[in-house]
Write a protein that binds this ligand. Structure first.
Ligand code: BGC
Length: 761
């Protein structure tokens, strides 16, 4: 306790005796002075401790640590050799750990507590990919806010989110965790998430530090296999991969996480270019960089570091400030400094960055500010949070097909057969990456549909998704696919035969996507596809509700099934959201953030591809195409229908010549030509006809969500300025180039209302 007073004294002196917890002085000069004075009294061991993060090791409410590793970690905590912990949860447990850090160590420096709060803490939002399908930045920000409210009430003050990795590969399991394939949409969403987590003042007790991850290139793992080699050009790196990271920086993100992958032959954890030169140099980032789990140590199997000491040296020189679970900094830094292999200035820089964020969070003012058991009880699963995630869930749903207007379902006098294990699953809809939440806590589709009691609802399981039979699937448990049991087919078919409408909920288990969950075939898993085809034989009035964490191959369904709804994994309120959309209480408005391929062979597939010298489609052989498949995706980026219909017309541009000091306006008329009120995401794409490096066939550069009543028309305006036309040019600079541009406006990335202009510089 005495030592805590030393720190408190320094802080109070520098604060001018300001003590109020939530009016903490976050002025950066004041914080820098506090950091410097604290650093000046720290021993090298204490500095190294701040750079060391441990996974949870101690059950504070139970017996003392059992194994050697736990004991070792626990002793280090008591010695002041731990700066941060992850995977410790809840006020009780974190208070016990914080007390040790603050009251038993020499300097009493508080721990920063990190956790993967990816799409909610207890109350879960849709998986991030699903949220991206809403294109609703305010709702996405609010969803992150809810996550921050709950996480902070339960003692977490730092989330390892948002993941802003762009990916064009549906085989990669972690696409569920990102915002899809597009850097423009991805950047806006990344910034919205950071704002949601961090709020307007990091020192408040209900805001948490965010992390932009994984820096950089992780989403481009070869063949979609997790952790695989990444080999991309500078052109792709700067134009596609880096923009969302820059957006988080502009939004004030306080930490970055590196990753498991290599880039251009260098593991990113050891990349001087990415971390020291670009992020901390050119971009002037003054927060800190955390390694990914064990990624410093993984530089050895990568063949980049010869041993642990070498890995430590490389990581620190490169700018990795905190070691997550490699246990190498604690082991090697001191000797590396003493033998002059590492300059102490690098250590001071890393420690300063970490302390800065701790000061910004207000942890030195009150290390227990996130640790209020009453608040924890009050905030977790709060009804307002449930309401918020329900809104987010409804907005995330994408209507892929509604050919015979089976949807919305009639609310009375219908017999509805509901089929599929996922329809009665309260775990899978939670998706992956929700280690803080409770298993089996989702509202099922069956429960959601039971809220419409004037229809007769018959539920049949039909077939399982996997061998876990809907039970608890542990986070790291391997999911076994290919359940072959077809014994439920016949009762499902009988129910379907006598129904007016069949709703089939099919797709992936909640743990079939996420980290380490790459797949080589991305069809509907197991015998579910066969079940769909069998049921179709007895009743063609099928609404297919897809539940999945990645784009799936659904060619057969697209050809045969009249209505298809993409419901992803929508979190706690899944069943209510799905039912409200199926019954038309919410008119779907989502748009795909990732192309749906026709086959795995088309992957990587994305709308902003390059034209090539031999663009298609043509009938001859020698052009860029497949002999057995068309080039286009099954559903393009930006695609999504509504229960109403929209007509676009009358594209107008007010100026055909744009100069850097003015803007031009392009407008379009949008009419609701159907029978329901609805929302449409009006999308604007720009094509740069030629440039110093080849440019994509088109790029999303704007969108607006418009609500229209039946028969109503609105004019939508977009402003275009020179800054929107910048890209990473042959000069290796972010700039615009003079020349001609085409504009396309419409309902998805195939938008074809066209105008053109010239940029004159
Ligand atoms: C993941 C990170 C995550 C970390 C901590 C790693 O395996 O790649 O994204 O934040 O674990 O759970």
């Amino acid at each position: 306790m005495k030592k805590y007073c030393i720190i408190t004294l320094i802080i109070l002196t520098l604060n001018g005796c300001q003590t109020s917890v939530d009016s903490f002085n976050n002025d950066s000069n004041v914080i820098n002075r506090k950091v410097d004075s604290l650093l000046s009294i720290m021993t090298i061991d204490e500095k190294i401790g701040q750079m060391n993060q441990y996974n949870g090791f101690w059950d504070v409410t139970g017996p003392a640590p059992k194994n050697g590793d736990a004991k070792f970690k626990f002793n280090n905590l008591k010695k002041g050799l731990v700066g941060s912990m992850l995977n410790v949860r809840g006020v009780e447990e974190i208070t016990a750990l914080q007390k040790i850090a603050v009251e038993q160590t020499r300097l009493g420096i508080p721990l920063i507590i990190g956790n993967d709060v990816i799409h909610g803490y207890k109350t879960l939002s849709p998986i991030p990919l699903a949220e991206a399908a809403s294109w609703d930045l305010e709702e996405i920000e609010n969803s992150a806010r809810i996550a921050a409210l709950e996480a902070s009430a339960a003692g977490t003050n730092w989330t390892f989110a948002p993941m802003v990795d762009i990916s064009r590969d549906a085989r990669w399991g972690r696409v569920m965790e990102g915002a899809g394939e597009d850097p423009f949409l991805g950047s806006l969403i990344a910034a919205a998430r950071v704002r949601g987590f961090q709020g307007d003042d990091l020192s408040k007790h209900n805001t948490i530090a965010a992390t932009a991850k994984h820096f950089a290139g992780y989403g481009f793992a070869e063949s979609g296999r997790d952790y695989n080699t990444v080999d991309v050009s500078k052109n792709t790196l700067y134009n596609i991969i880096l923009p969302p990271f820059m957006a988080t920086l502009d939004a004030g993100v306080r930490t970055f996480m590196n990753g498991f992958n290599e880039l251009d032959g260098v593991p990113v954890t050891g990349s001087l270019f990415l971390q020291r030169d670009l992020l901390k140099g050119e971009w002037n980032f003054d927060g800190f960089v955390i390694s990914d789990w064990g990624s410093i140590q993984e530089m050895i199997p990568h063949g980049y570091a010869k041993d642990g000491a070498h890995a430590t040296e490389l990581a620190i020189k490169a700018g990795s400030d905190m070691d997550m679970e490699s246990h190498l900094y604690i082991k090697n830094i001191k000797e590396l400094v003493e033998s002059k292999k590492l300059d102490i200035k690098l250590i001071d820089d890393a420690v300063s960055r970490i302390l800065r964020v701790k000061f910004e969070l207000g942890l030195f003012d009150d290390p227990y500010k996130y640790l209020n058991a009453e608040r924890e009880k009050e905030v977790l699963y709060h009804p307002d949070n449930q309401k918020g995630v329900l809104e987010m869930a409804k907005k995330s749903i994408v209507l892929l097909k509604n050919k015979t207007n089976l949807l919305p379902l009639k609310k009375e006098n219908q017999t509805i057969a509901l089929i599929g294990a996922l329809a009665n699953d309260n775990n899978s809809p939670l998706g992956n990456w929700r280690t803080n939440s409770d298993n089996n806590s989702a509202i099922t589709v069956l429960e959601g549909m039971q809220a419409y009691p004037k229809n007769k609802l018959i539920y049949k399981r039909g077939a399982d998704v996997n061998l876990n039979k809907g039970g608890v699937v542990k986070f790291h448990e391997k999911v076994i696919i290919n359940e072959n049991d077809k014994s439920g087919f016949s009762t499902a078919k009988s129910a379907a035969k006598n129904a007016d409408v069949v709703v089939m909920v099919l797709g992936e288990d909640g743990f079939q996507s996420g980290e380490g969950r790459s797949r080589t075939s991305i069809g509907i898993p197991g015998v579910q596809q066969e079940l769909l085809e069998e049921v179709y034989k007895v009743n063609k009035n099928i609404v297919l509700v897809l539940m999945n964490g990645r784009p799936l191959n659904i060619n057969w369904a697209d050809k045969n099934i009249p209505s298809i709804v993409e419901a992803w994994q929508l979190g706690t309120q899944t069943g209510n959201a799905v039912a409200q959309v199926l019954y038309g209480d919410y008119n779907p408005s989502g748009k795909l953030p990732m192309s749906f391929p026709r086959s795995v062979g088309q992957i990587p597939i994305y709308y902003n591809y390059k034209n090539t010298g031999r663009p298609g489609p043509k009938k001859e052989i020698f052009w860029s195409h497949y002999n057995d498949e068309v080039n286009t995706p099954l559903y393009p980026f930006g695609y999504g229908l509504s229960y109403t219909s929209f007509e676009y017309s009358n594209i107008k541009i007010d100026n055909k010549n744009l100069t850097p000091d003015e803007t031009l306006n392009v407008s379009v008329d949008l009419k609701n030509s159907g029978n329901y009120s609805g929302k449409e995401v009006v999308q604007l794409y720009i094509k740069d006809r030629f440039a110093s490096v080849t440019r994509p066939v088109r790029e999303l550069k704007g969108f607006e969500m418009v609500s229209l009543n039946p028969g109503e028309t609105k004019t939508i305006n977009f402003e275009i300025s020179e800054s929107l036309l910048k890209f990473y040019t042959a000069n290796e600079t972010w700039e615009s180039e003079s020349g001609f541009f085409d504009i396309f406006i419409g309902t998805n990335s195939n938008a074809n209302l066209k105008e053109s202009f010239e940029l004159i510089k």
